[in-house]
Design a protein. Structure first.
Length: 156
C-alpha cells in the first residue's frame, strides 16, 4: 500500500517531464517559396522521366499478348513490337494437337517499340483489327484453321 503513492507520483512526474520535452521537439514548418516549389517539381519531373525512359522499365512491358477467339482451343499471339500474329492451338490429349502457326508475318521487323501494335476483336469471329498505335494504320487480320485462309490486309 505504501508503494501506490510512490507509483502515482512517479507516473505524474514522468508525464510532466515528457510534456516539457515535447516542446523542444516541435518543428516550425513554413510553406515553400515559389522558387523552392518550382525547383522541387522540376526535380521530381526529371526523376520520373529518367525512370520511365530507363531501358529496365521498357523491358518490363510485355512484348507479347494473347487474345481469345470464339474457338475454345485457339488463341492469337501478337508480337506488339513487329505486328506478327500467330495462332496458338491447345490440345486436350495428344501433343500433336498443340501447335503454333503463323497467321501473318511481321509488318515492321526492325521496330524496337514494344506496344506499337494492338489487336481488337470485331463482330466476325475470324477477323481482328490490328492497329499501328504510332501511325494509326489499320489492318484486317483473318485467322483460320486452314493456312490458305489466313492473312493480313491494310485497311485504306
Amino acid at each position: 500500500m505504501k508503494k501506490l503513492p510512490f507509483i502515482v507520483f512517479f507516473l505524474i512526474g514522468s508525464l510532466y517531464i515528457y510534456g516539457q520535452g515535447s516542446d523542444s521537439l516541435k518543428v516550425d514548418i513554413k510553406p515553400l517559396t515559389e522558387i523552392q516549389r518550382d525547383s522541387l517539381l522540376t526535380s521530381i519531373e526529371k526523376n520520373v522521366s529518367d525512370i520511365t525512359n530507363d531501358a529496365f522499365w521498357k523491358n518490363q512491358i510485355g512484348r507479347y499478348k494473347v487474345y481469345r477467339t470464339t474457338n475454345i482451343y485457339i488463341s492469337l499471339k501478337l508480337d506488339t513490337c513487329t505486328g506478327c500474329v500467330t495462332m496458338l492451338q491447345i490440345g486436350i490429349d495428344k501433343d500433336s494437337d498443340r501447335m503454333e502457326c503463323s497467321v501473318c508475318n511481321a509488318i515492321n521487323s526492325d521496330s524496337d517499340v514494344i506496344g506499337r501494335y494492338e489487336l481488337y476483336p470485331t463482330g466476325n469471329n475470324y477477323n481482328f483489327i490490328l492497329i499501328d498505335t504510332i501511325f494509326g494504320w489499320a489492318y484486317q487480320v483473318q485467322w483460320s484453321t486452314q493456312r490458305e485462309e489466313c492473312g493480313r490486309w491494310r485497311i485504306w
